[in-house]
Design a protein around this ligand. Structure first.
Ligand code: PLP
Length: 396
């Protein structure tokens, strides 16, 4: 059979193994409590849905839209950046609407990189951060991130050892899957590093609004001069429970925004206009829904972390994101994350994501997404306690 060169570069999807097992267990009638995917379970706030319904019946909204997004929505994301980060952006040249940040990231990679280029990407990370560049034909240098790793030491070493010199760097904080957070001084160093080495920075702040205990995630664009080197992706998917709507943004550096705009002008006609109009209302309208969504994740985080700790699994309490990045408990550590995930699924009926799915450096951990309700989360804790007490062998 013919092998397609781009497809050849994509390894089998690790999460598919877990999904198959999940499916088989459900077919057997087992109730699997699913903390696997980072897919918000809540409904979109009513006033946003109402705006969609109002706009969808208007024939003028049924035509092709504009690939870079309607002006009102570009203005709305710039308004968000002004209110939240005190960052000024020009909606004409420094902001573009994307079909979710996923589409934006992949087409930016295609626009700015190709064979012979290298990009620095954290490991573990959201798979697309690496694969968008791999699909574009570029190479990826992995920068380990983790509790006992100095990101800047790793970055400097990687830069020194790379030839040809890397063209760009991806950063994602709050991080998926590790839930790590940074403060503004981190981005100050990143911007200085990027300027010194003449590289682009692509920042992804998908979880910027899911912050707890008074922490507030910064934007790289708050650093003076960041726009010279950086573009940032933001999305309404997590902030407003709108993952299925596919609305994201790239903002910042004009040259990068232009490259993506140009690319997209060939590839798409923009999102269905009623979706863009409703997304504008999400950003410009009342924000108490965001507080409610944040509080829900925070209470799930408290419930799960406290429960797991009482059950004997010493996981850390994250300051942001919708994930717990849990180190595999000692007796199971040798198994690696995929085998441990399979065992947890078959013996405790709890599905999580194996850390290896986010990169080699993630194999010591599993990611637990806070997407099950309180009742089911409590059930999962009971199952896990039983599983740990039995040394992993619960079934007769
Ligand atoms: C870090 C990160 N970036 C981007 C995305 C994709 O977001 P969107 O729905 O805007 O495509 C996700 C989704 O899980 C994510 O975790």
């Amino acid at each position: 059979m013919e092998e397609f060169s781009r497809i050849k570069r994509l390894p089998p999807y690790v999460f598919a193994v877990v999904n198959d097992l999940k499916y088989a267990a459900r077919q057997r009638g087992e109730d699997i409590i699913d903390f696997g995917m980072g897919n918000p379970d809540g409904a979109t706030p009513q006033h946003i849905v109402d705006k969609l319904v109002e706009s969808v019946v208007q024939g003028k909204n049924h035509r092709y839209s504009v690939s870079k997004g309607i002006q009102g929505l570009r203005k709305a994301v710039c308004g968000y950046y002004k209110r939240r980060f005190d960052v000024d952006l020009d909606p004409e040249t420094e902001a573009i609407v994307t079909i979710g940040s996923k589409e934006g990231l992949s087409h930016l990679a295609l626009a700015i990189s190709g064979p012979g280029d290298t990009v620095l990407v954290p490991n573990p990370t959201y798979p697309l951060h690496a694969y968008s560049f791999i699909i574009a034909g570029a190479d990826v240098q992995h920068i380990p991130i983790g509790k006992n790793v100095d990101f800047f030491d790793e970055l400097t070493r990687s830069m020194r050892n790379s030839w040809p010199k890397p063209k760009g760097l991806v950063v994602n904080f709050p991080s998926n899957p590790t839930a790590r957070v940074v403060d503004l001084s981190f981005y100050e160093k990143i911007v200085a590093f990027a300027k010194e080495h003449n590289i682009w920075v692509i920042s992804d702040i998908a979880y910027a609004e899911l912050c707890f205990d008074g922490y507030k995630a910064p934007s790289i664009l708050q650093v003076p001069g960041a726009k010279d080197v950086a573009v940032e992706f933001y999305t309404v998917s997590k902030t407003y429970n709108m993952p299925g709507w596919r609305v994201g943004f790239a903002v910042g550096n004009k040259q990068l925004v232009y490259a993506l705009t140009r690319m997209k002008s060939y590839l798409d006609y923009g999102l269905f206009q009623p979706i863009q109009i409703a997304a504008t209302v999400a950003l410009n309208g009342p924000q108490d829904c965001v507080d409610e969504i944040r509080e829900l994740y925070q209470s799930r985080r408290n419930l799960l972390v406290d429960g797991l700790q009482r059950a004997g699994w010493q996981v850390e309490k994250p300051l942001a994101s919708m994930f717990i990045w849990a180190e595999i408990p000692e007796p199971f550590r040798h198994m690696g994350s995929l085998e441990f995930t399979k065992k947890l699924l078959t013996e405790a009926q709890v599905a999580v994501s194996p850390g290896i799915g986010f990169g080699q450096c993630g194999d010591t951990h599993v990611r637990i997404a806070l997407i099950e309700n309180e009742h089911r989360t409590r059930q999962a804790i009971r199952n896990i306690r039983k599983f740990l007490n039995a040394g992993g062998d619960v079934s007769p």
